[in-house]
Write a protein that binds this ligand. Structure first.
Ligand SMILES: NC(=[NH2+])NCCC[C@H](N)C(=O)O
Ligand SMILES: [Mn+2]
Ligand SMILES: [Mn+2]
Length: 323
């Protein structure tokens, strides 16, 4: 086994927490408090309890760009702020990954995945992405209705054209996000949990031949089969590094109520955890995101429940077993 162990699986079991108190990719306050609550709930100690060495030296402090200095470009809201923060996150995640550590990024809204996945691909150019979400987050400047960039990160990672209606804005978007290398191939990402996909996004998924398992497939085949099919698609020989990007709104709102864009009909507690356990079992996990926990939404017990579920998803992805 040892001689075929890929390089990224060698070395000490060290996880590096990248706490990202950031909400600029969407309009609801509070999602920036997600990472603080997750750490205060004891996530670091819990991972140490699983045998990990955990690096955590405080949450990132992102310098804000005022709304006045960051007007919309086309429909995109806070474009400079989102871009700058994600660029910093890419450096942090890529740096940890290159040292052989496992970056665990705590959001914050899902626009941060522009950064986390860019960082992973910098360290592991052949990595694949498993994206767990109610949403596809693949809108472009042309297709987005909301202009919220947390609904768009995948389109930037793929390098899809960003047409905003005026060539001047197009150029502006391009220069604002020019640091993103579009290294993600459509065949290297797979979705699980989708159930609220915009019409424009459905078109984009089809046009690019991107594989997605919606809640319909989870109901039809069961989560065990769906995860196997997802891995077969994106990682047929089980030899590529895996970046797992988990949006907590993939879970049903009865399981994870405190999130900004809840959609009914989601993954059960066990289905969510099963995905994390199965990815861990591959031995190929190189980076994890846990995004969109918003402790300012819903009542106190809902917040506690959502934060606790967030922590246990991370533990499952980092090797916690039931027996
Ligand atoms: N990361 C998320 N929760 N994204 C929700 C996106 C919702 C919608 N599709 C939009 O583009 O605005
Ligand atoms: Mn979502
Ligand atoms: Mn998302």
């Amino acid at each position: 086994m040892s001689d075929i162990t890929p390089k990224f699986l060698q070395g000490p079991k060290t996880a590096s927490i990248v706490g990202c108190p950031f909400s600029g990719g969407q309009p609801k306050v509070g999602v920036d408090k997600g990472p603080i609550h997750l750490v205060e709930a004891g996530l670091v100690q819990q991972l140490e309890g699983l045998g990990w060495k955990v690096n955590f030296d405080g949450h990132h402090q992102f310098e804000e760009i005022s709304a006045k200095e960051d007007p919309v470009i086309g429909k995109l809201k806070n474009p400079r702020y989102v871009s700058k923060v994600s660029q910093e996150v890419a450096k942090a995640v890529g740096g940890h990954a290159k040292k052989g550590e496992l970056p665990v990024t705590l959001g914050g809204d899902h626009s941060l995945a522009m950064g986390t996945i860019s960082g992973t691909l910098d360290a592991h150019p052949n990595a694949c992405v498993i994206w767990i979400d109610a949403h596809a987050d693949i809108n472009t400047a042309e297709s987005t209705d909301s202009g919220n960039i947390h609904g768009m990160p995948v389109s930037f990672l793929l390098g899809l054209p960003q047409h905003s209606g005026s060539s001047q804005s197009d150029t502006h978007i391009q220069s604002t996000f020019s640091w993103i290398k579009p290294l993600l191939k459509p065949s290297r990402i797979v979705y699980i949990g989708l159930r609220d996909v915009d019409a424009g996004e459905k078109r984009i998924l089809k046009q690019n031949g991107i594989k997605a398992f919606s809640m319909h497939e989870v109901d039809k085949y069961g989560i065990g089969k769906v995860v196997e099919m997802a891995l077969d698609h994106v990682n047929p020989n089980r030899d590529l590094p895996i970046h797992l990007s988990f949006d907590v709104d993939a879970l049903d709102p009865s399981v994870a109520p405190s999130t900004g864009t809840p959609v009914r009909g989601g993954l059960t507690f066990r289905e969510g955890h099963y995905i994390c356990e199965a990815v861990w079992e591959t031995g190929l996990l190189v980076a994890l995101d846990l995004m969109e926990v918003n402790p300012s939404l819903e009542d106190e017990s809902s917040v506690r429940q959502t934060v606790a579920v967030g922590c246990s998803l991370v533990r499952s992805a980092l090797g916690e077993t039931l027996l």
